[in-house]
Design a protein around this ligand. Structure first.
Ligand code: NAD
Length: 341
């Protein structure tokens, strides 16, 4: 077993044996990152497409499965990663919870709120550690932003704007990601990262008023809206906006996943790679070390302590709820309170 790339690790470090349900592109990224985390060992990988499970097994030294129940019947698992298309959530999580296993689940946590809330209830009743894949919460720029917003003379948060412009909608005709009934569209599947970061920096979002359109992409690129404008009201009293499109050139990521916040006399500009705080004519770059969500999760499982997890399952459900409220608002043509969903 193993690929020979395992890092040096202390002899007494307790191994964390990990299974994967879903071996698609995103899962393979987590597998690569886990290889460099001391004590993390991938022992089983499952995909309904046997070739994908086989490839992941060859890359990691794990055993391949095409049925997640057979994978979960292994007696040696410490934790499970679920990296599934949005529509596939529900039964796999229930099976993981039934076996009492801590899990990491990719965002968004589900396609609909009823499924997400059912899973959240079971996680809470089982007292399980569950981490949602909002990895941007662990960026150094995020720590620097939260510290800036919490400075004693920071002043109240007035305005927060999020931007997610990219070309993902053009990449794969017929893909589940650009089919509304399978992904929930760009805000649920992708710009959820920006909404989640706006929540993490500026607080809970109470109400949304969304306008969507299908304006740019030709019909072969699925049936989702391709431009989105959303007005937001924060529970703390501030206002905000989110603009999102996945119809621009697929190589242009320069305006993807950005958040600006006006607080007191200052403003900040956040991205995954940096933070700028401006006060009058003075601007300052602020940074803190990045942390790996995978390392935080593995360590939490090893210690049986989820306190370092910044997006526990129930919190991930709240980010899903904001995106679903925006979808509902666009459908109705009226503002929607998130808690009324
Ligand atoms: N955090 C991030 O930055 C980030 C980045 C990319 C994708 N994602 C998320 O990761 C998830 C997966 O995205 P992806 O791009 O890897 O998609 P993908 O389609 O490449 O991979 C999903 C895999 O799950 C498999 N699958 C479906 N149902 C299954 C089941 N019941 N049992 C086992 N396998 C099953 C599919 O065959 C597929 O190989 C999505 O939720 C996506 O939003 C997160």
């Amino acid at each position: 077993m193993g690929t020979g790339n395992q890092p040096e690790q202390p002899a007494d470090l307790q191994e964390v044996r990990i299974a994967f349900i879903g071996c698609g592109r995103n899962a393979r990224g987590h597998m690569r990152r886990l290889e460099s985390i001391p004590g993390a060992r991938i022992v089983g990988v499952c995909d309904v497409v046997p070739a994908l499970a086989g490839e992941a097994a060859s890359a990691t030294g794990a055993t391949a499965y095409h049925d997640y129940c057979a994978l979960l019947d292994r007696p040696d698992l410490d934790a499970v990663y679920l990296s599934l298309p949005v529509f596939a959530h529900g039964k796999p999580e229930m099976a993981v919870i039934e076996r009492g296993l801590p899990f990491f689940v990719e965002k968004p946590v589900a396609l609909d709120l009823a499924t997400a809330q059912e899973i959240a209830g079971r996680v809470a009743r089982a007292g399980l550690l569950a981490c949602v894949g909002y990895q941007l919460r662990y960026c150094g720029s995020t720590d620097a932003a939260r510290e800036s917003l919490a400075m004693p003379d920071a002043g109240p948060i007035g305005l927060a704007t999020g931007t997610y412009w990219c070309g993902t909608g053009r990449s794969q005709p017929g893909h589940w990601r650009t089919t509304m009934a399978r992904s929930g569209g760009q805000l649920v599947e992708q710009a959820t990262h920006t909404l989640d970061m706006m929540r993490f920096l500026a607080g809970e979002i109470a109400e949304v008023f969304a306008m969507y359109s299908r304006q740019v992409l030709p019909p072969e690129f699925g049936d989702c809206p391709d431009v989105h404008a959303v007005a937001l009201r924060f529970a703390g009293g501030g206002a905000g906006t989110l603009s999102a499109t996945w119809a621009i050139h697929p190589e242009d990521w320069s305006r993807a996943n950005l958040v600006d916040v006006a607080f007191g006399e200052r403003r900040l500009h956040w991205s995954a790679t940096g933070l700028t705080v401006a006060h009058g004519r003075a601007t300052e770059e602020r940074s803190r070390p990045d942390r790996s969500i995978d390392a935080v999760f593995v360590d939490a499982v090893r210690r049986g302590d989820g306190s370092a997890i910044r997006s526990p399952y129930a919190d991930g459900v709240r980010s899903l709820a904001v995106a679903l409220a925006a979808n509902e608002s666009a459908r109705r043509g009226a503002p929607v309170r998130v808690e009324a969903l």
